[in-house]
Ligand binder design. Structure first.
Ligand code: FE2
Ligand code: FE2
Length: 248
């Protein structure tokens, strides 16, 4: 794997995005705990899928499938960074907003799911963009992460549809607001120095903004098509009987 596998873009820019992605992916343990707290009463099985069991007494911690997959991502990005630059990257993890005690009303869960959906969606769009600018082994390494993120987006999206039955448009609007928040947050929270590039900085360059905007939109179009195929009976089969009194 080497920098010659970066195509159609200045290698430096590509590498800066890899460094940014390594930071956005951490700290997964904190993110998993946050989701687990929101979901544990609302839907224990979904809480288990995301965060395992934080109540497990001593012994081996029970890690959720989502966390198991996500925790691979920062190391992969760091490895790619090192192979492309010959230097080690020390990503600074994000501050996790954290669960607000008592905030497990249906509305708080809904807001939390929207934020997870927007994060998975952003990851997919950025990884697609990285794949469009790479080839060979480099592209394959990113494709593996992309597969996880698509899987996660489908899970969170399907679960939100089952729990809240909201139209895709509502999700989209909520997610859009979240992405702006996420980008602002990252800008404030970032490691200093030129080696890290935020999505906001990337989007400030017109050709890149168009490419990235296209990637975000394509993901959303695909999700819409898939959303239209999701039936209530299938969602019920996956997640159980519909909730009574949930926000619709
Ligand atoms: Fe990830
Ligand atoms: Fe993910």
């Amino acid at each position: 794997m080497n920098a010659r596998q970066i195509i159609g873009i200045e290698p430096q820019l590509f590498i800066q995005v890899i460094a940014g992605a390594a930071e956005i992916e951490a700290p997964i343990r904190g993110y998993a705990k946050e989701s687990w707290d929101y979901l544990r009463e609302f839907h224990p099985q979904m809480a288990y899928f995301v965060g395992g069991d934080f109540d497990a007494e001593q012994g081996v911690p029970v890690i959720g499938i989502w966390e198991k997959e996500e925790r691979q991502h920062t190391p992969v990005m760091r490895k790619l960074y090192q192979q492309l630059t010959g230097e080690k990257l020390q990503p600074k993890p994000n501050a996790v907003a954290g669960y607000q005690p008592g905030a497990n009303s249906a509305d708080a869960v809904y807001q939390h799911l929207c934020s997870r959906i927007s994060t998975e969606w952003s990851a997919i769009a950025v990884y697609l963009w990285l794949m469009a600018h790479s080839t060979g082994e480099l592209q394959l390494a990113i494709a593996q992460l992309l597969q996880d993120e698509i899987n996660h987006l489908a899970k969170f999206w399907g679960f939100s549809r089952w729990a809240f039955g909201s139209s895709a448009i509502e999700h989209l609007k909520a997610s859009m607001g979240d992405i702006v928040g996420l980008v602002k947050h990252h800008k404030r929270d970032r490691t200093n120095g030129d080696e890290i590039l935020s999505i906001a900085q990337l989007a400030s360059q017109l050709p890149r903004a168009v490419e990235l905007g296209f990637a975000f939109a394509r993901v959303m179009v695909r999700i819409h098509t898939w959303d239209a195929e999701l039936s209530q009976s299938f969602l019920k089969h996956l997640f159980g009987p519909a909730l009574s009194g949930a926000k619709q």
